[in-house]
Design a protein around this ligand. Structure first.
Ligand code: GRF
Length: 204
């Protein structure tokens, strides 16, 4: 299965997924065919390139959302991804992006998407002194963190007395859960992969 990973910043989830395709749960199941960023200077893009991964970028600054998203979709189509994996991609996607990949875009959100959407999820958990939070992997639709949930894992936050500690515990869970969920999608041939197969059949 061909993965396109989209990011805007640090790229720690991208690195975990890349590693999983080489030596972890995604080995023999998936390959990263491109890492894309809307920020040409994103740290994660450089990190991917340094590991020999194909990269691409288009700056989003100053562009209208629909026009930019259509350009990104066209660029990604060249890599023929089966699954579009958002990993800290800090943009809300318009129909111009979602329609070409409908049912094949997934995201990881560092909270229960039923309780918290959008930015600053770890700050939210920390400030509200939550005893636990949930990492969520979900299908992407046109809302902000509203798509159907594929997997959730609880993070124990008891005794985490700094925001840095909350993030450290959360990210450790993110890095495992994302790869495991993608592996499960591929091996169980759930909705995502069957719609991917249908799309590629209809394109032939
Ligand atoms: C992660 O916390 C992810 O859940 C959220 O954005 C952050 C990205 O971190 N969507 P990284 O770029 O993968 O390190």
């Amino acid at each position: 299965v061909r993965l396109a990973i989209l990011l805007s910043g640090r790229g720690s989830n991208m690195l975990a997924l890349l590693e999983a395709t080489k030596t972890g749960v995604l080995k023999g199941l998936a390959e990263v065919v491109v890492v894309f960023s809307n920020k040409p200077d994103a740290f994660g893009l450089e990190a991917a390139a340094a590991l020999g991964c194909p990269i691409a970028s288009l700056p989003s600054q100053g562009r209208k959302r629909e026009a930019f998203d259509a350009d990104v979709a066209a660029l990604l189509q060249q890599y023929q991804p089966d699954l579009v994996v958002l990993a800290g991609y800090m943009r809300i996607l318009s129909p111009a992006f979602i329609q070409p990949f409908a049912g094949r875009i997934i995201n990881i959100h560092p909270a229960d998407t039923h309780q918290h959407q959008g930015l600053h999820a770890y700050e939210w958990a920390f400030e509200n002194k939550l005893a636990e939070t949930k990492i969520t992997v979900h299908l992407v639709d046109e809302g902000l963190d509203t798509g159907p949930i594929l997997a959730q894992q609880t993070v124990d936050l008891r005794g985490a007395d700094t925001l840095a500690e909350v993030e450290r515990r959360g990210l450790a869970v993110e890095h495992e859960l994302y790869a495991e969920t993608i592996a499960a999608l591929i091996t169980n041939k759930q909705n995502v992969m069957s719609s991917a197969a249908e799309t590629s059949r209809s394109e032939k």
